[in-house]
Design a protein around this ligand. Structure first.
Ligand code: AMP
Length: 215
């Protein structure tokens, strides 16, 4: 299955993505994770990306398109993939269509996680993440703030782009540049709206019933 996961920052894409790839045994391609790894390693890509990411801006289209176009050619993607955080602009969506067309492939579904803006702000402000393994916590978790990660012992921090100013900018960028993709994929007939409120399990239940209908 070839799936795109769409949704505002804080809609729960990362959390649902982990569950989806485990159940459907497909690779998880998160451009955010790839870029954060490059920043951490201090590669040229990471140095380019960091200045955009810390401000909540999008990394230029050609950079991320190049990353994804290469990644989906890898042998593990022959059984499908889950794209998380890509595409984020219409230009990226068109580039993805083009790469897939060359491979005579189509997307099976675009899952759009729907959550209102107040909830998103609340979630992002309380999100903490392990610097070591990327495990996500909420500030209300007992182990969340400035604590050690229960999985790897790494330091649990607030992402630079989860600071209030960056959150504001990311939501603005989402509305202006990413939300038009809802219409784009609706027109293509593959958009599946998923209400993303309730528990992680509630949302995952909606995701699996949608995907099971497609499979
Ligand atoms: P995420 O973890 O998906 O919220 O991504 C974190 C940050 O990485 C974003 O705010 C952007 O700066 C950058 N990023 C991730 N994916 C993309 C993309 N598809 N296009 C442009 N920038 C991206």
């Amino acid at each position: 299955m070839r799936i795109v996961l769409l949704g505002a920052p804080g809609a729960g894409k990362g959390t649902q993505a982990e569950l989806i790839v485990e159940k459907y045994q497909i690779p998880h391609i998160s451009t955010g994770d790839i870029l954060r790894a490059a920043v951490k390693q201090g590669t040229p890509l990471g140095r380019t990306a960091e200045s955009y990411m810390s401000k909540g801006e999008l990394v230029p289209d050609d950079v991320v398109i190049g990353i994804v176009a290469e990644r989906i050619q890898e042998p593990d993607c022959t059984k499908g993939f889950l794209l998380d955080g890509f595409p984020r602009t219409v230009v990226q969506a068109e580039a993805l269509d083009k790469v897939l067309k060359e491979k005579r492939q189509d997307l099976d579904a675009v899952l759009s996680l729907e959550v209102d803006e107040d909830e998103v702000v609340r979630r992002l402000s309380s999100r903490r993440v392990c610097q070591g393994c990327g495990k996500i916590y909420t500030a209300t978790d007992s182990a969340a703030d400035e604590a050690k990660c229960e999985a790897c012992g790494g330091k649990v921090i607030t992402r630079a782009d989860d600071q209030p100013e960056a959150i504001k900018r990311r939501l603005q960028v989402y509305k202006e540049q990413t939300e038009p993709l809802v219409e784009y994929y609706k027109k293509a007939g593959i958009l599946k709206g998923i209400p993303a409120t309730g528990t992680v399990e509630d949302v995952f239940g909606r995701v699996t019933s949608t995907l099971d209908q497609i499979a």
